[in-house]
Each structure stands twice: as C-alpha cells, then as structure tokens.
Design a protein around this ligand. Structure first.
Ligand code: LMR
Length: 332
C-alpha cells in the first residue's frame, strides 16, 4: 500500500516536472526559409501563415520567416530541411530534382498550362496529391501548392522571335527542362541560385532571364534589363514542404491546427498571386526603364513551335506517366 502511494507520488512529481519542463522549453519553433522578397506572393503568404499559425495555436507555435535567402540559397535550403536545420520551405517546383524527384519538372514544360484554371485542376486534384506523396520517402511532407504565375522573358534587346535568343546567355533556375527550353530557343542557359540572378544581370554575367513579373520587379531586374516580353511561356509555382520527422512528431492537435492555418494561407496566396504580377508589370511600365513587348498570335505560334521539341526530349526524364497525366488533365 505504502509502496503504491510512494509510486503514485513519484509519478505525480515526474508529471509536474515534465509540464514545467515543457513550459520552460517554450513554444515549438518553425523556421520557414525562402529565397524571395517579403513583398511577393510567396513572401506575403509565408507571413500570413505565421500570423494564422501563431494565433490559432495561442502562441504554442512560433513561426520565424527568413526571406531573401537570408539563411540559405536554393540548393542549401533543401539540404537544411532534410537535416532539420529549418522546418519549412516553399521552393519553386523547378528545384525538386536534387531530391531525386524529377516529376516536379513537368511544371517547367513550355506552355503546359493553357491558363490558371487548368493549373489548379492539376495542383488541387489527384495528380497534385500524388506528386506531394512522392516526397515522403525523402523525409519530406508536402503541405500545399502555392502559385506565382506565368513567366516573361527579359534582355537588353527585344525578344520577339526565337531568332532573337541566338547565343544569348540566359539565367535559369536549376531545372533540366528549363535548360532544354532555352537551348530550343538557341540561347545558352546558365543555372544560378535566385540570390545570384539579379547581380548576374547587373554585372553582365548573363544577358537575360525569365521569371515572373513580381520576382523581376522586387529584385529590380528591370533596372538592368531594357526589354521584356510578356510571353507567358511557362509557369512558376511552389510546393510548401516540411521536415517529415518534425511534422509527424508534433502533437496531433497542433499538427491539425497548423494544417488548417496552411489551408487558409494557401487560399490567401491564391487570391493575391495574379494581382501581384499584374501590379509588377504596371510598376515596371511606370518606372520607364524597360520596353514591354507583347507577342502577336503569329509570333506566339513561332515560340511554341520552337519549344515543342522539349516535350520529346524531357518526357522520359520527368516520367512519361506524370507528363501524360497532366496533359490529359488540362485537356491537351
Ligand atoms: C527563381 O529562382 O527564379 C525562383 O524560383 C525564385 C522563387 O522562389 O520564386
């Protein structure tokens, strides 16, 4: 009897110590690292997630957002996530192949999505869920797709025909599909981390680039690029990912609350992305530094023809099933 009472007392003391310990340990910290400016669709959505997560968990979770490659550059941030040095990222879909998952490069195929509605069918449906699931064996859990938008091209000369790209050194994200796309146009692609892109344009290491308007404007790329073409020839978007061990180790109710915060942040991101790009084009126009070209239907057809071979060249690298499933889903 006495032994039982002693054991119960000991248990009580241990439990009390554990909860004091939990308090002393403070909140659960999520380090969310990304490479773009705070005032971009991804930057703003990361802040939104922080607000929602902290408020919904009553401060039990603290989200620290590190923008502008402050902590890590493109490639490093994926390693940092796998090592658990950061818990959350939202890399562009062009940057997943170093993890050994090449399917995400399907999003880089030229003109793959006729419009945003077709894109959402993929990211919000079965294909999107299957893609995120492919990250699990890599120690990563995919939480959501976030969007940026369709890309434009820039250089210090007009780019209206594929001929204009001949021999131009163009900065790309590190994706083999983007490499093939630039080569199909006759350009010389150079893969650089995002943090190196604007300096490379400024210093003449590359002659031009492709990106979304919001990325170009917030990096002040227009200040060193005198021409841009509203080509919308490809898509740039993100997957929000977490370290799986961290995510699975969270108390279930906290994990559910964070998933809810992520769903809300994702809706917010979807709402602001297009607008951010439209505003960026307008701001570049106002800045008066850059001539903005639009393509005639005949020119667009010429661009499409020039880039079409990329599908044949890259299909087996990306995975035939993934490419074909996407093409079917978008009705092509
Ligand atoms: C780039 O490297 O151009 C983009 O992936 C940057 C980003 O995260 O939007």
């Amino acid at each position: 009897m006495q032994i039982k009472t002693l054991a119960a007392k000991a248990l009580f003391v241990l439990a009390a110590a554990a909860s004091v310990d939990a308090l002393a340990q403070g909140p659960i910290v999520i380090k969310f690292s990304h490479v773009v400016a705070p005032d971009t669709p991804k930057g703003r959505a990361a802040e939104r997630f922080k607000e929602l997560a902290e408020q919904m968990t009553g401060g039990q979770v603290k989200v620290e957002v590190y923008p502008n490659s402050q902590l890590y550059k493109d490639r490093e941030e994926l390693e940092a996530l796998q090592l658990g040095a950061v818990q959350m990222l939202a890399p562009s879909l062009a940057k997943f192949s170093p993890l050994g998952v090449r399917d995400f490069e399907a999003f880089d195929l030229p003109y793959i999505f006729p419009d945003r509605a077709a894109l959402y069918k993929v990211t919000e449906g079965r294909i999107g869920r299957n893609l995120l699931r492919k990250l699990e064996p890599k120690g990563i859990t995919g939480l959501a797709f976030w969007h940026n938008g369709f890309k434009i091209m820039s250089a210090n000369q007009p780019l209206t025909s594929p001929k204009d790209f001949e021999g131009l050194r163009m900065r790309i994200q590190a994706s083999k599909v983007l490499d093939a796309q630039m080569r199909a146009l006759g350009a010389q692609p150079l893969a650089l981390a995002f943090s190196e892109a604007a300096p490379a344009l400024r210093d003449g290491v590359v002659a031009g680039t492709e990106n979304t308007p919001s990325n170009m404007y917030t990096q002040r790329m227009h200040e060193t690029q005198s021409h841009l073409t509203l080509s919308n020839h490809g898509y740039l978007g993100y997957a929000v990912i977490v370290n799986k061990k961290f995510w699975d180790g969270l108390p279930a109710d906290t994990r559910n609350t964070l998933a809810r915060a992520m769903r809300e942040a994702t809706l917010y991101e979807k709402k602001i992305a297009q607008r951010a790009n439209d505003d960026a084009i307008e701001a570049i126009r106002q800045a008066g530094t850059t001539t903005i070209h639009t393509l005639t239907p005949a020119q667009q057809a010429e661009w499409r023809r020039a880039m079409q071979p990329v599908y044949g060249q890259m299909e087996s690298r990306i995975g035939k099933e993934t490419v074909r499933a996407i093409l079917r889903e978008v009705g092509r």
